[in-house]
Unconditional design. Structure first.
Length: 187
């Protein structure tokens, strides 16, 4: 099954960029859909990879970052995360993001997850790392960040996911997978 190339039922007739900024571009495509009918498809292209980090200390504490999310018009608790340019090494970008947002550096990094955050509308690809062997320093927030940092047990962070208090997709996937890998002795 892995060697078979799947059939693509979509046919692109034409496409054009309708919006572009430093972080995303938006394209509108004229297509033939799987039924053979004409239609349109919008695609959001991200210019960065989404990178999330689950930092863990020896007592199984982790850190969440809280901020008001403009797109949602609500406050959001998330794992430390950010974007890394497509051409940059994802580990280096994740290390930078953890340091900027929490002041934490780590000796051990395990890439535990590759995810497409909303594959019906965007090509955004994300990765989550578990960081261990932590050392603590100063944060260096970006001008767009007004962050609160919260230290808690990993199991409490998972409980926040299960209670729908953490709703960010990268955070949900990262926290749950980290917990499952740890509980299964694979991390």
């Amino acid at each position: 099954m892995k060697n078979e190339k799947p059939h693509n039922p979509w046919k692109k007739i034409s496409g054009k960029e309708v919006y572009n900024n430093a972080w995303i571009s938006v394209e509108e495509h004229q297509v033939l859909n799987p039924s053979g009918n004409e239609g349109i498809y919008g695609k959001v292209h991200f210019k960065n990879k989404a990178l999330g980090i689950v930092p863990l200390d020896k007592e199984m504490n982790t850190w969440l970052v809280g901020q008001y999310r403009y797109t949602l018009d609500e406050y959001s608790w998330e794992i430390p995360m950010g974007g890394g340019p497509l051409e940059d090494d994802i580990l280096s970008s994740a290390q930078r993001e953890l340091k900027e947002e929490t002041g934490i550096s780590a000796q051990r990094w395990d890439n535990i997850l590759r995810i497409h955050t909303s594959n019906s509308a965007t090509d955004e690809e994300g990765f989550v790392f578990v960081a261990r062997g932590l050392t603590y320093g100063e944060t260096s927030f970006e001008e767009t960040e007004d962050l609160k940092i919260r230290k808690l047990k990993l199991e409490d962070a998972v409980r926040l996911v299960m209670n729908n208090e953490i709703t960010d997709s990268l955070s949900i996937a990262g926290l749950l997978k980290a917990k499952l890998l740890i509980d299964g002795g694979k991390l």
